[in-house]
Each structure stands twice: as C-alpha cells, then as structure tokens.
Design a protein around this ligand. Structure first.
Ligand SMILES: Nc1nc2c(ncn2[C@@H]2O[C@H](COP(=O)(O)OP(=O)(O)OP(=O)(O)O)[C@@H](O)[C@H]2O)c(=O)[nH]1
Length: 542
C-alpha cells in the first residue's frame, strides 16, 4: 500500500490498521458463519492479526514520541498487512473476499473476486473506488440483474453497500450465482464475503420449476376433473331424458351409470345401488329372483350364453320377465370397450304379434281344413297329391289313392234331414281319420259326400287293406241308414289306385284311375272297393 512509505503516512497508518483489525474480526465472524471448522482456524489467525494491529495502534497513538515504537508499529503494520495478504491467500479457492476502506476504496480482494467480473478485473486494484468498479462491471454487462435499468440498479446497490450490513444473492454473467454478505465496521471499513451458491440457486430454481409444473399439473387435473364432472352431468341429464332404460358398463363390465327407466324395468332390485358391480353379479342377482323366464331351470347355462354374446345385440334381444312383461334389449360395445345397453318394454307389441301369429296360424289351418268335418280340405289334398307325386317319382315308390263315397247319401239327407247329413259327414270323417296308420297318410274331404285318402309309398295290396279297414271301421260305427237300399247301416264304396308316378304324367291321372275304380264299385252293387288293375299312365304298383 503506497501510503505506508512516507512519514505522515506512518502516523496515519495506525487508525486504518485499527480499522482493519475490526474489519478482520467481522470477516472472521462472517466466515465462521459460512465455513464451520475452517473458519475457526481463520478466526484464530484474525485474532492474532487483531492483536498485532492493536499493538501497533496503541504504540502509535499513545507514544508517538517513541520513534522506535513507531518503527515497531510500522513494522507491525507491515507485518499485519503481510498477514492480511496471507489470510487472503489461504482462503479456499471458491471463497470470494474483498475489503474496502472507509472511503470505499479497495484495500484488498482475492482472485475469486476478480473472477466474478472478468471484464472488469483489470480495474479491480487496491485503491480503486467501489463505485467505479461497480459502474464499470455494470457497463460491461457483468451484472445480469442490472441490465436494462443500469443507473437505478447502481444507485440501489450503492445504498446497500453503504449500509452496516447487507445480504443478497446476485446473478453473474456466466450464469453463476453468489451470496453476498457485506459488513461495515464502526469506522467505515467494509468486508465483503461472497459465496458461490450457483448449485443451491439452480437446485432452488429446479425445485421452483418442478413446483410450478406440479401446480400446473394439479390445475390441469382439476380442470380435467371439472370437465369430467360436467361431461357426466351432461350424460346423466341426456340419458334421463331418454324414453328407454339405459345402462352403461365400463371396460371391466361394471355398471357405471343407469337411468330411471332402467330402474323401473327391473323392479325386483334397485339398479342404482348396483353401480360399481359387474354385469355378471347383477345378472346372478336377477337369476336368483327367477326374473328371466327363459333362464328358469338352466340359470348358469343361460348366463354363460348371455355373457358370450355380451355387447353384440345390435338387433334387439327379446326377453320375457317374471311379471309377464316383455323387453327388447339392445346391447353394443363401444370402441373403448364399454357396453351400452338400451332396454324398452314391448309387452303390448309382443301380445299383438302373438295374436297376429295365432290368427295367421288359424288362417293357414282354415285354408287347408274342411269347415264341416275338420279334416283336410280339397285344396290341401290337391297340394299334397302334387307334392307326393313328385316325391314318389324321385324315390320310385308307389303312391296309392282311395276315393271313398258314401252310399245313398241323398237318401240319408232326405230321410234324416240336412243337418243330420252334416253330422253324418263329420262321423265318417272321424272314422276315416282313425284309419290312418303311417305318417304321410292324409284323408281329405274331396267334395260333397266324397273323401280321398292318399298313401305315400304304398302298394296296391296295402291300399286294398286300407280300403277294407275303412269299410270295417264304418261298419263298427254302426250309423243307421234307414233309407239305404244296400244295408240298414251307412256303407261306403271305394275306388283304389296305386302307381309309381311318372313325372311325365300329371297326378290327376291317379285320381282318374281311382275314380274309375269307384265307378265300378258303385255299379257292382256298392258297399265294396274296386281296384284299377292296370294303371295306364304309370307302372302298376303290383
Ligand atoms: N247334408 C249334406 N249333404 C250334402 C253335402 N254335400 C253334398 N251333399 C249331398 O250328398 C248327396 C249326394 O247325392 P248323389 O250324388 O246323388 O249320390 P248318392 O245319393 O250318395 O248316391 P250314390 O253315390 O250313387 O250312392 C246330395 O244330395 C247332396 O246334397 C253336405 O255338405 N251336407
């Protein structure tokens, strides 16, 4: 320090040195705060330094006269400065330290201090004014936070610098951060201790970023929750307004939502309390209550089939339930794996359809039934004859036909009356019907008092046997016929024909042959059957 080289300066050296002692103590205190064990050693050195400085000061102030004492004091001061320098030298590499005197001129700064402001470093020399150093660093852009508001920032910083104690965190141009502790002694000296807190600041910034991100995510989650609530409310109000029962199941097939209509469709349970339960569970509950008519007695089998086709009922599934109602159930699976089911009661429609089907069946039956006798009518006979003719032609089997005529029926009508004649026709029809033995045999009212009996896969002998049976059975019925010239009971004349059909000929040929045989039976005295021996349109069955 150049002011220690002349005599007046020797006198004035004591005060600064005393001040330096105080500042060094301050430095030791700050250092202790920051460095633990090392600072304890540092403090010891500072105390030793202070003692040396105290000795020098008291010698100069108290005994100015004694030149030797002054010399010792100067030496002590020089020694103190050497020690101060040594003190700076032993500071750890990442420690940044500076000392300014009461006029804010730099007394000493270590390399770390220079490194903080590399562009300004050349001007950071002992004796340089703090304000000059500061302004130069700001002008060279080395103080990040001052950028764009340089003068304002400089004024604020100077004010802080003049304060007895300041503590702040400052960004450096190379993206490092330092924590600045400045302490000013009673006589105006100032020690600044800078600690590199870049890691801590970065961690804090990372933490802050993470906190903000978490906050943002919480916000996004909250928004999503609200949106989901809104969507659910919309869905609820939409499905409540539907005129059908709606049930929605999630990808795990658990009930998510249902509407009031759905609740009413299943009065054997409270569907709303089953939200969260699986479809399987809900169905088991219904099956225990025997709710589904079609499942009664085969519950588990029914459920397995139902589950196998779950979500595939684009066309309605018809289901009858225990209280007699009928439901239509539509069930589809969404691309997300949800199952949406819509159910509606269709009892009235089903009843109407059942009535219509019954009417149609009745109509169909009436269309092939003789209204008086209840056996097949002529139309049915004609259709059956045509079908059997072709079938037996394919199979090359004989088809037999009996044309049966009541003898002297005009006389019966005349004698007993038309209504009795009707009743007689019914009785004859029942007798002939009772004669049928094999499936495929058909007896029909051919017209008036004539009947036709068709026998697939039947030879002439078998047909003859049938004719015989018909006559015997009628005889057993013992229907009186007082007006008959043949017998006191009702009798029959029968024409028999049988042939393996030739598709080149029409089935009427078989009827004609049987008719011809009947004609012969009538002409031969009635109460008999006759057979067409040679069937000219087909091969004889014999
Ligand atoms: N009660 C009643 N009579 C019917 C019905 N259909 C036809 N008849 C009568 O059946 C009689 C048939 O008489 P005919 O064809 O002369 O033959 P038949 O008296 O039986 O004499 P043969 O056949 O030669 O033995 C007629 O009197 C018809 O009115 C009917 O549905 N009910």
């Amino acid at each position: 320090m150049k002011h220690t080289s002349d005599k007046p300066a020797k006198f004035s050296l004591g005060l600064p040195l005393l001040g330096t002692g105080s500042l060094v103590l301050g430095l030791a205190a700050i250092w202790q705060l920051g460095q633990g064990g090392f600072s304890a050693a540092l403090l010891s050195m500072l105390v030793a330094l202070l003692v040396a400085l105290g000795t020098a000061a008291s010698a100069l102030v108290g005994q100015r006269r004694a030149l030797d004492q002054a010399r010792r004091a100067r030496e002590a001061a020089a020694s103190a400065e050497v020690q101060l320098r040594a003190l700076f030298d032993i500071l750890p590499a990442d420690s940044i330290c500076s000392v300014f005197d009461a006029q804010d001129r730099l007394v000493r700064a270590n390399a770390g201090f220079m490194a903080m402001f590399p562009k300004t470093a050349a001007h950071i020399v002992p004796g340089a004014r703090y304000e000059d150093i500061l302004r130069r660093a700001v002008a060279l852009g080395e103080v990040v936070e001052a950028r764009g508001r340089e003068e304002t920032w400089v004024q604020q910083r100077l004010a802080q610098h003049r304060a007895p104690a300041t503590q702040m965190t400052q960004a450096l141009a190379d993206d490092r951060w330092v924590r600045i502790n400045e302490r000013r002694s009673g006589d105006g000296w100032m020690v600044g201790l800078h600690t590199d807190v870049t890691d801590a600041v970065r961690k804090e910034r990372d933490l802050e970023r993470a906190r903000r991100l978490a906050q943002k995510q919480r916000g996004a989650l909250e928004l999503a929750r609200l949106a989901s609530q809104e969507a659910r409310a919309l869905l609820e109000s939409a499905i409540e307004g539907m005129p059908v029962g709606i049930e929605i199941y999630d990808a795990q097939d658990k009930l998510v939502i249902c509407n009031e209509h759905a609740v009413q469709l299943h009065p054997h349970m409270n569907l709303r309390t089953m939200v969260g339960l699986s479809f399987d569970h809900i169905m088991q509950h219904s099956l225990q209550h025997q709710w589904i008519t079609a499942a009664i007695g085969r519950e588990q089998e029914w459920l397995a089939e139902r589950l196998a086709r779950r979500g595939t009922h684009v066309a309605p599934m018809l289901q009858e339930v225990r209280d007699g109602r009928w439901m239509h159930i539509y069930e589809i699976r969404t691309p997300q794996g949800y199952v949406v089911a819509a159910g509606m009661e269709v009892t009235e429609m089903v009843h109407q359809r059942q009535a219509l089907e019954a009417a149609n069946e009745r109509l169909a039956m009436l269309s092939v039934t003789d209204g008086l006798t209840g056996i097949a009518n002529r139309r049915h006979f004609d259709e059956t004859l045509a079908a059997e003719w072709l079938r037996e032609a394919r199979h090359q089997e004989p088809l037999a036909l009996l044309i049966i005529d009541i003898d002297h029926f005009k006389g019966y009508n005349d004698h007993y009356g038309h209504l009795a004649g009707d009743e007689c026709l019914r009785r004859v029809a029942q007798v002939l019907q009772s004669c049928l033995r094999r499936s495929g045999e058909v007896v029909a009212r051919y017209g008036g008092e004539e009947f036709a009996l068709l026998m697939p896969a039947t030879s002439n002998d078998e047909a003859r046997f049938m004719a015989q049976r018909c006559m015997e059975q009628l005889a057993l019925a013992d229907i009186p016929h007082a007006a008959s010239a043949t017998a006191p009971q009702l009798t029959l004349s029968i024409g028999v024909a049988s042939a393996v059909p030739d598709p080149a000929f029409k089935p009427e040929a078989l009827v004609d042959a049987a008719d011809a045989a009947l004609y012969r039976a009538k002409n031969s005295g009635r109460n008999r059957y006759e057979i067409t021996d040679l069937f000219s349109v087909g091969r004889s069955a014999d």
